[in-house]
Ligand binder design. Structure first.
Ligand code: IMP
Length: 466
């Protein structure tokens, strides 16, 4: 099974991965790097992982970092060290020899480009993702894991690439952070430490596991379909193919072998730049919140926020969703923009995923509690043309949402949701109506709902989720 995001990332995939991981032998990632972040809660423990698949938390599962990932070795070693310190073994981790290495010049370029772009910046996570994928596609300057773990090769690659990267950084007004020799020393050491985990045959390992050993594989998508470099809302996308097709390319398994659990949040969110038709509140209002957080102020919800939200104030609705849903970047702390469920965008993601083999999971439905009315966007109005298509280019910048309105339900305590998850009571009628409407609009079954970050804060709506 593959768990894929259908929105702009941060759909809460990690939570469903935790729910499913105990049933799988391998837990793998194919694309992206430490721009992603999964939060997994097991018992009272909270784990924030950005590179290692969350399956590492289950001792029986073998975690695999696939061929099309871009890996910052320093971050990976830190993550592995952090897990070991907490008693989670990383001895079974497999890293593809063909994954690409994020080097310091990638981080410097990302930082310099974003700083020089002013208002036009993409709003990247500044983890060097775009520059590393650019080198992968460009071929001349790339360094792969198999180079990193071979001292002689690594020296050769850094000797070759260092001069042109230094010149390129100077053009952007940035500097190489260390000398060539220092870099060679540091990265040779990273390679030495990672070598025991690197394998040259990830697709063979995984296909043999399926075909010869009758093992099962859970593939974890990173980001969401609408951030895909080809299909997403370009240029405000990440640099990898975030759909099931990219994931399969990244691990070397044919897509037709997967059932896809498509995860969409009951209200989508977006971080960084880019159009977002159902956004609640203006960019400036959200930037103001970001400034307050940077000054160390806690953003809290008051009864007045709910009153304003229920009187129709969009920023207050967005704030209720943001604070109740803790919609702040796991790694960057940035407030996420929140919006109403957008059927055209979800249907587009379902279409490009391959509709036949997809089941839906709706995350964080509990966060909608306490709103008198809930809107669902059923179409986009593009300059007077009303369409159910999601058009990820310039049309999206002017797309206005066409809404229908459903009745909301009361504020509910965590315990009330947990009794529903345990099957001891029923969902509020209007929450069930929301789910039914999502199924009608998408023509797909919703098999799982999440009502909290913990593994058991999950409502299983259908018997067969696989
Ligand atoms: P990059 O992947 O760091 O180059 O960032 C490109 C765009 O993708 C920015 O708008 C980021 O905020 C967004 N992005 C990248 N990774 C994630 C993620 O895991 N969740 C949500 N947004 C992401």
């Amino acid at each position: 099974m593959a768990v894929m995001g259908l929105d702009y990332g941060d759909e809460g995939k990690g939570k469903f991965v935790s729910y499913l991981a105990p049933y799988f032998d391998y837990v793998v990632r194919g694309t992206g790097g430490d721009n992603a972040a999964h939060t997994s809660e097991i018992g009272t423990e909270v784990y924030k992982l950005s590179l290692i698949p969350s399956g590492v938390l289950y001792p029986h599962a073998i975690p695999v970092l696939g061929d099309m990932m871009v890996i910052n070795p320093e971050v990976l070693l830190e993550e592995m060290g952090g897990l070991e310190k907490r008693g989670v073994s990383t001895k079974n981790v497999i890293i593809s020899a063909y994954a690409h290495v994020i080097m310091p010049w990638h981080l410097s370029e990302d930082e310099a480009r974003e700083s020089s772009k002013g208002e036009k910046k993409i709003g990247t996570t500044k983890r060097g993702i775009g520059p590393a994928y650019k080198d992968m596609a460009g071929r001349y300057d790339a360094i792969r894991m198999e180079d990193l773990v071979d001292e002689e090769r690594l020296r050769g690659r850094i000797e070759t690439v260092f001069p042109s990267k230094t010149m390129m950084l100077e053009l952007f007004g940035a500097k190489m952070e260390s000398s060539k020799e220092e870099l060679i020393q540091r990265y040779t050491e990273f390679g030495r430490r990672l070598k025991p985990f690197v394998r040259k045959n990830v697709p063979y390992i995984l296909n043999h596991a399926l075909d010869l050993e009758r093992k099962t594989i859970l593939a974890e998508g990173a980001q969401g379909a609408l951030l895909s470099v080809v299909r997403g809302s370009y240029p405000n996308v990440t640099s990898s193919i975030t759909t099931i097709n990219g994931l399969c390319e990244g691990i070397g398994i044919s897509g037709d072998r997967f059932t896809v659990l498509g995860v969409t949040k009951a209200y989508p969110t977006r971080v960084g730049g880019g159009p977002f038709p159902t956004q609640l509140g203006t960019d400036e209002q959200i930037r103001q919140e970001e400034r307050m957080r940077r000054e160390g102020k806690r953003i809290q919800l008051t009864d007045e926020d709910f009153e304003r939200a229920n009187a129709g104030d969009e920023y207050s609705i967005g704030k209720v969703l943001r604070v109740q849903g803790n919609e702040y970047g796991t790694r960057t702390g940035r407030p996420r923009r929140t919006g109403w469920f957008d059927a055209p965008s979800v249907n587009y993601s379902i279409m490009i995923t391959g509709a036949k083999r997809l089941k839906l999971a709706v995350a964080k439905i509990d966060v909608l509690s306490g709103l008198d009315e809930i809107k669902i966007c059923v179409a986009h109005d593009i300059n007077g043309e009303v369409t159910t298509e999601y058009r990820p280019g310039h049309d999206l910048e002017i797309a206005k949402p066409v809404y229908e309105t459903l009745d909301g339900w009361e504020r509910m305590s965590k315990e009330e949701w947990m009794t529903i998850a345990r099957g001891e009571s029923k969902m509020p009628r209007n929450a069930q109506k929301f789910v039914n409407r999502v199924e009608e609009l998408t023509q797909h079954p919703v098999v799982l709902l999440s009502v909290g970050p913990e593994r058991d804060a999950t409502i299983q709506l259908k018997d067969n989720i696989f």
